[in-house]
Design a protein around this ligand. Structure first.
Ligand code: ACO
Length: 218
């Protein structure tokens, strides 16, 4: 057997979808070096929308989210992906950069677990895009990546994200006190989880049954 052909990281790189929402086809694909301008434009414009929910970073928002910072961020995301710990994806709607979905802390062995997180451009909010992207990401985790459990953490006052997590079938597991340094302070987070046994078919199937997405016509 040629050992160099055995994937050290099942499920990476990947292009997922599309599934359709009213705004257009939603797909996920790996982050690219040339995402700098689109990434930075949205993140600088949407600071108020994003900052209350994201881990506290070093330095000013403007500097951290300037296009010139993307190459080093992209490079560290790709390094994590190459060592099998992360799957950093871009959410595209109708082919345009619209947000990010990241599968992180991928642990194998007897745990086979990861966390999942996401953000979507404010001007595209409320159209089912995060829900569709999360379903694609979860089906990838439980399919090609081979995970048994995926978890997510969300601030109790992030009602939109909690709705997204409920839409795809996450189960609430508890409250993590002062869990994460977010927006400048240690914030409580709700822990939600899902294991492969809880899925009836696929997560996208669930959204199709609920009338939230459609599959492309072949
Ligand atoms: N209160 C209650 N529900 C709300 C509110 C609100 N103020 N605002 C929106 N919602 C609901 C909508 O009704 C919808 O639920 P429904 O489908 O049951 O009607 C849901 O929230 C939004 O669903 P989508 O349209 O699929 O989500 P969207 O594409 O708008 O993206 C997201 C949601 C990702 C939370 C976006 O607002 C965002 O990027 N926010 C900033 C960053 C962020 O919070 N990221 C998530 C961090 S937690 C984590 O990653 C696990």
């Amino acid at each position: 057997m040629n050992v160099f052909r055995v994937s050290q990281h099942p499920g990476w790189p990947a292009r997922l979808g599309p599934v359709h929402v009213a705004a257009g086809p939603v797909t996920l694909r790996p982050v690219r070096l040339r995402d700098a301008a689109a990434w930075s434009r949205i993140r600088l414009r949407d600071r108020d929308h994003l900052e209350p929910w994201e881990p506290t970073g070093r330095g000013a928002w403007e500097a951290r989210n300037h296009a010139s910072n993307w190459p080093s961020l992209w490079s560290s995301l790709k390094a994590e992906a190459r060592r099998g710990a992360m799957i950093p994806l871009v959410i595209e709607v109708d082919g345009a950069f619209s947000g990010q979905l990241t599968i992180g802390n991928i642990v194998r062995g007897a745990l086979r677990s990861a966390w999942i997180g996401y953000w979507v451009s404010k001007d595209l909010g409320g159209q089912g895009i995060a829900t569709a992207a999360l379903a694609l990401g979860l089906d990838h985790c439980f399919g090609p990546v081979g995970l048994h459990r995926v978890e997510a953490t969300v601030r109790p006052d992030n009602h939109a994200s909690q709705a997204v997590l409920r839409n795809v079938g996450f189960r609430e597991e508890g409250l993590l006190r002062r869990y994460l340094d977010v927006d400048g302070a240690w914030r409580d987070h709700l822990l939600v989880g899902m294991t492969v046994e809880e899925i009836n078919g696929t997560v996208v199937d669930r959204l199709v049954r609920d009338g939230r997405v459609t599959r492309p016509v072949k």
